[in-house]
Structure formats: structure tokens, C-alpha cells
Design a protein around this ligand. Sequence first.
Ligand SMILES: *Cc1c(COP(=O)(O)O)cnc(C)c1O
Length: 438
Amino acid sequence: MKYYSTNKKSPEVSLEQAVIQGLASDKGLFMPEEIPSLPAKFFESIEQLTFQEIAFEVSLAFFGDEIPENKLKEIVYDTLNFDVPLVRITSQISALELFHGPTLAFKDVGARFMARLLGYFTQRQSVVDEDQNIHVLVATSGDTGSAVANGFLGVRGVKVHVLYPKGKVSEIQEKQFTTLGENITALEVDGTFDDCQALVKSAFMDEELNEGLFLTSANSINVARFLPQSFYYFYAYAQLKKEGKSDSMVVCVPSGNFGNLTAGLFAKKMGLPIKGFIAANNRNDVFYQYLKTGEYIPRPSVTTVANAMDVGDPSNFDRILDLYGDNYEEISSEIKGAFYLDDEIKNTILKVWNEYNYLLDPHGACGYQALVDLLKEDEQGVFLETAHPAKFLETVEPIIEEKIEVPDKLQSFMKGEKQSLSMDKEYKSFRTYLLALE
Ligand SMILES: *Cc1c(COP(=O)(O)O)cnc(C)c1O
């Protein structure tokens, strides 16, 4: 399968090149030239399959012509070795808990899949040489850095550089990517998250630098990061089908850069019978405004309690436009939108805790509330619970006025020793650092 750029000003590339490059040379996002359909037979008995079996079928359709079947199976089975429970909250609403991976973030799946794919490509050595490393640059406000660092830990031929804003990530998040060592380096930037992102962007744009180094991104702009997220949607459908409730399934996705939602749109185009989507946002409601007005007006992000969704110019917006041939009518009939202010998010967390004894995290709370507000009587709603509430202790505990249990997986990170390199926010400094790599 070939991949084209959403800007359509650069040549089509192979999967391997798309993954290694991250962004197309015309700065567009890569899209598969064709979206494969899965056979009706697959959907008829999908409820009998495990998550791994479903994911393997889906990934064969996308990646099967470039990766040998046994290798792909190994990558999928190795990536998805944890549970993804569907938890019923009301008769109409369930949560698909995507946070049971190693860093308790839904990004674990995409990060692990991409790491294994990249590891396979570096060993195969058709684009990169034996002694050459691929350098993954990732700017993080918390969650992405930990998922990517842990996903790529120990992968040969790949070095990860995590840039994060000094003093602006929680201690537990910082520990998740500064204590690992090996092929993971943490760069503590004296600046904001936006500064970190600007440094990474400058490095990708720096032609001279890119002549000597393989630099790639592990954000959801990378096809290997976002496409595997389509597995969730098939799995959610299979779980509802088991209960005989899959006929009018609506999926609600707490969204920031819209990688996750875009993966869901791909699943539907592959034939998955999803009735519709809801994009749930916090106060950063650029996409909601687009759905309402047809005009896309990016603006600087503002800080909220659901900080992984604090995005003012979602990077996958162009993919959504491309997927629907820029047809606003189609996009706005397929996807509904909702957004919530911090107080509303907190109210939802408290209400669901009191009424159903289910603890939402601030991102999932937007998802749940959007289903409450928008679901029609005959519909079944599934929202993606994207993070474990213990990752947002400072927000969640005061709301419910109770201590919550921190899972062992998170606690064990706290024992490690922080190691990071300090850096100022000037591109010159970051460039010097990168030039010294090999
Ligand atoms: C990254 C993230 C999101 C947003 O996902 P996108 O694919 O960027 O839309 C939502 N919730 C949590 C907890 C996240 O970490």
C-alpha cells in the first residue's frame, strides 16, 4: 500500500518510508491510498474473536502487503498484551477502558505498535543502514512522552528524545520517562510545552540537519501511531454485539489532536457499522466551532483539567478533511461535537462517582457527558476512557473528597531515579545537541 500526502505536493511513499519520515516532505500528513474493506463474514462473527485476533485482521488489511504475516502477528500480539474492558455505566452508556497498558494511557497501543514496526524496519535495513539510528523526537505535556518512551524502550536502532517543559509535568508523569535510561533521553526544556513543540518542528524543517540524521515523529501524525487505534472501535463493536446491542452504536471520543477519532473514522470506512461519532472537547473547542459553522479557526490552546486535550490546532484535522473530500455536510453529519468547561467536567466526575460508583478521569468525563447530552433514545453509546483517574490525582481527589488508589504500575515508576538533560528553549542549543548524535 502506498501513502500520499494530504498536501499532494510530494511523491507517494511506502509504509516504511511513511513511518520513518513521519511527515511528508511537503509537510502534509500521510494517508493510505486506499482504505481496505473487511468482508461481511468478519463482522458476522466478530464477537467470537479476541482483541488480538480482531486487531490482527484489521492490521493485515492495512499492513499485510509490506510485513510478513507471522511478523505482523507477533507485533500485534506483543503490542496488545493487556485487557481493554468495556464497562457498563448506564443502560445506554458504556466505557471502553483503554488505560490498562504499561503507562495507563490509551497512547500505549499506538506507541508500542509503532515501536515494534520501526524496530522491524531498522532490522530489515532497506532504507536505513545497519549502523544508523533512527531518532524519534517527541514533545510532551505528559502522557505522550511516557507512552512513547516506554513503548520504545530497548528497541534496537531507535533512539528516543523526549522534550518536556521544566516544572510543568506532574512528578509521576516525569518519572515515567526520565527514569528509563537505555535508548531514552529526557530533555528538560526551560520553557513551555509550546516551546518544546516548536523545537521539534524546527528540527523536522531543518533540511541540513535531516541530510545526516533520520528524524521521525511519534505523535499521532505518524501513521504507525494513529492507525492501530482503529482496533478499539472494532473491539467495542464486538463487545456490544455480544450483548445484542450493536445495532445503533455511537462512539464518543475525548479529543485533542484527533488521532484517535480519525482512527475511528477509518474503522467505519473499512465497513464497521458505527452509526455515528461524537467528538468531546474541553474549552479548546476549535473543532466544535468548525462543526457548527463550517469554518476552521485555530487558536492558541488554553489550560484545562483535561490537559491532554489542550490543543488549539488539532494536527489530524487535515486527515479528516481529506477522508471526506473536504465535504463539510458529510463531516458534520458523521461527527457531532460537544465541549465542556472545567466546572462541568468536575460536576460530571462527582455525579458519576456518586450515582454509579464509577470514577472518571477528566478526559473520559467529557466523553461520558457528551453521550448523556447527545445520545438519542434508540442508540447505544460507548465512550473511550483514555486515561486512568489516578494519573490526575490533584484534580480528582478534591472532587470526590476521597483518596484514590494508585495502581502498582504507576507506583513502581516512582522508585526510579530521575535523569534528564537541561536545555534552554533556543533552537540553536537543540540543534547542537542533535548534531552530536549519530
Ligand atoms: C492524547 C489524549 C487524548 C486525545 O487524543 P487525540 O488522539 O490527540 O485526540 C485524550 N485523552 C487522553 C488522556 C490523552 O492522553
